[in-house]
Design a protein around this ligand. Sequence first.
Ligand code: SAM
Length: 739
Amino acid sequence: MGQGRRMKKQGMPGPLDESLVTRKRKDAPPAPVQEPSKRRRRGQKEAKKNAAAVAVNGRAGAVKNGRPAKKLPGKKFVPPPVADDEIASEDDADAMEDAGGEVKVTGLDALGSASEDDDEFAASGSDGFDSDSEVRKTGMWSDDEDDDAVEEQLTAANIEGLTRKLDMQKAVEEAEAQAELEEAALQTNIAGDKPKVLDDEEDEEGRPITNLGTQDLQLLRQRISDTIRVLDDFKTLAEDGKSRVEYRTRLLKDICAYYGYSEFLADKFLNLFPAREAFAFFEANETPRPIVIRTNGLRTSRRELAQALINRGVQLEPVGKWSKVGLQIFESQVPLGATPEYLAGHYILQAASSFLPVMALAPQEHERVLDMAAAPGGKTTHIAALMKNTGCIFANDANKDRSKGLIGNISRLGVSNVIVSNYSALEFPRVMGGFDRVLLDAPCSGTGVIAKDSSVKTNKTEADFMRLPHLQKQLILAAIDSVDHSSKTGGYIVYSTCSVTIEENESVVQYALNKRPNVRLVETGLSFGTPGFTNMQSKIFHPSMKLARRYYPHTYNVDGFFVAKFKKIDVTPANAVGANHTPANGNGNANGKSDAVVVQDVVDKTPITEEGDGSDGDGDAFGGWDEDEDRVIMERAERALARRKGRNPKADVKKAKVPEKKKSAGGEAEGEKGVQKLAEGLDGASLEGHNGSVEDGGGGARGVERKERGGEKKTTEKKEKAKSKSRKTSGVVGKGKVV
Ligand SMILES: C[S@@+](CC[C@H](N)C(=O)[O-])C[C@H]1O[C@@H](n2cnc3c(N)ncnc32)[C@H](O)[C@@H]1O
């Protein structure tokens, strides 16, 4: 069953499918007595067996895995595609660019257009359906799309045919489901009666069912369904003298027993959704989301990729009108993580919902972008593709091991505008700031990806939902402070999580709005998704919260996700909480544009000399270059630096040089090592143009550039550096050696 659901085309499904209730009830095993998760698994196995039996009996013969089936000779089982990465910690479940699930070939007749400009996927130009895969292979994916009207008609015909086929299939399924539902209603006599779900000493056959959870999954599921019906229409269906609370408590216990959640988490979801929707959510978490790949526009076009994969026996289809790069995989004879196209970096296995934050970020060519929590790089590489490898992306992740995956993906996908670093993102913008855009794809509880990682059902505690939001709130302030509000092209921050809880989403965004009056929520530009909550669980959020977008597995058949986009409109006030602002001297940062680059431990207290105007010009702009005067200034600066480093300035002054690395508080030296190591990795991966990219970058990068130059041993530059230092008390990045 899971596979069939996985193969369904993504999109907004209808309301809760009661037929599933009936089907599961029929398929449930007879009264197993096991601990919940095992019971559930066994239930699924049984369900699969039953489904297979049904297929053998010919009842569902025309439909396989939720798709029109077509027999192919010599079909082999193919293991699930290799994931681009694995979930490495409880906080980053989203990071798994999932490739799970079985994928087999049943034919190519369900294909739609996958050309680069195929946004009109649903358009139809002909009534006919051309099932000749050969014609389609040569026709649909031709490079010469513009003037080939025949091809277009062919494509449209395919689409039309596919749509009709899917519609027919849906109609058949719905009719079956309705029939089953009616049958079940008759059998259990639930149509008009008040369901007895509270005083349940015995079932209709006299069996004790008080502890149903440990005895009979089938009846348990029935009771969940009945309880929801009562809660839906309490006045009519509730038993006399029973309260809503009693029914809700019953429902909570049954959900935990049936699906294997901790009471704590199930309760959270029951508070988040109305009971019926919560049921749909729990149910959707039992089946994997569709397998999706993202075309890497740096290497190929979606049309070419689709053609190549079709030739290998992959059945696919554009993911939906909302994406130009996604392909949903229905069946495959080959492991998707090992095709020549995969190895050549033509695509990445990536959950569809992971496209959304990057689409909201909308990075522009030649910009400077920070991806604060980037590993394993699904979103970084997507950003790079949208920027066509121009500008510069700083891809940071605190986890060094995961960063290896990030570097691997950068390398495989041919990305050449990324610098990888290994800081806690909390250190930004001290590391570097002045970015045009920042993506904070935050570490989270992963409540949106339970279908991928069912351990979330039981391993999240109240402490997690305090610890994680606390971190997320700090990170979001750092993200905001790292952006250049006066960026000509940007000034945007996107916050995303793969969690559906209020604490990790609206509450974090609200915190940012409270603490940073210099940001506003703006439209994400995403064409679907439900609005963020403005009023939930007795919490009132800013009305603009509706601009944020929520995604659920049960509404869009994508991982649960949250996306909010901010525009920074001014510099962060100096007195703002946790403001990563310029030091006590009040000067601006390196580029004078934002609150991004902060001098923490290299504040030069040398008095500002008369001629110093704080500008950044060359020697002449300061009134010429005087060797003797400069030597004095330089030596004074060096002495001051030596004192701060705990050295004897007198002994040191002759030898003292402008330091190449400046160590700041909070173990930053360690982080720097990390960056260097990663840089080696990058070199090894033959990535090019990193230094060039930094040079190209504006804003804070220029500050870094100055610092790097200051570290060089060329005498004139050293002098210039010292001179500049003598005139300004800020504008130098503390550490953050950029490679
Ligand atoms: C949701 S995952 C990021 C997925 C990534 N954006 C992608 O698309 O592939 C969250 C990441 O945050 C990282 N992380 C956790 N705490 C962090 C911190 N304080 N600073 C930076 N990264 C952190 C984790 O190592 C993890 O890789």
